[in-house]
Write a protein that binds this ligand. Structure first.
Ligand SMILES: [Zn+2]
Length: 179
């Protein structure tokens, strides 16, 4: 970041406590920390946890995960529940954080969750062309090759195999409270 996002002045590097050197706007008299987008992506399991929901979107032929940008003032788990409802009509029963990765092409930090849906009965909205429940041992064969989605799923399926094998057990799952 070379220029201030508010006033356009050229930024100077200045010491900011334990953060070290941080770009500083001399006109606004404030530090300008790195800016990037945040998004969630979801490995959605059916209630029996033997299938994962993959989708096709925007006329593309590849299967991917449900994903969406985090809105300002929203936290990641709210986005998770909202995006899954908006794109598939499914309700989230519970979720576990899997991992995160930075996607340079869109300057986005993506938070990936494993999620259990309340049911298998999805109904697609205009945002999604197609969705399908894929048995977990087939998912890595059909999901978009060399994608972050594939890496997240591979990582999660490994976690399900090895101790603590109860990583997806009820006591580890964050439940969604219904008001
Ligand atoms: Zn400024």
């Amino acid at each position: 970041m070379k220029y201030c996002v508010e006033c356009g002045a050229r930024l100077q590097m200045r010491t900011c406590g334990i953060d070290g050197m941080v770009p500083y706007c001399p006109r606004c008299k404030t530090f300008r920390f790195p800016m990037f987008n945040s998004a969630i992506s979801a490995i959605i399991f059916n209630p029996t946890k033997d299938k994962i929901l993959l989708i096709k979107q925007y006329g593309m032929s590849d299967y991917i995960l449900v994903a969406g940008y985090i809105n300002q003032m929203e936290n990641a788990k709210e986005t998770l529940v909202r995006e899954i409802r908006e794109e598939t009509g499914l309700s989230v029963k519970g979720y576990v954080y899997n991992d995160n990765a930075y996607f340079a092409r869109t300057n986005t930090l993506i938070h990936n969750y494993a999620v259990v849906a309340e049911s298998e009965n999805f109904h697609l909205t205009s945002e999604v062309d197609r969705a399908e429940w894929i048995p977990i041992d087939e998912v890595l064969h059909v999901i978009k090759p060399h994608s972050l989605a594939k890496a997240f799923v591979a990582q999660w399926l490994e976690k399900m195999k090895f101790p603590p094998e109860n990583i997806f057990a009820a006591e580890n799952v964050n439940e969604i409270r219904r008001d």
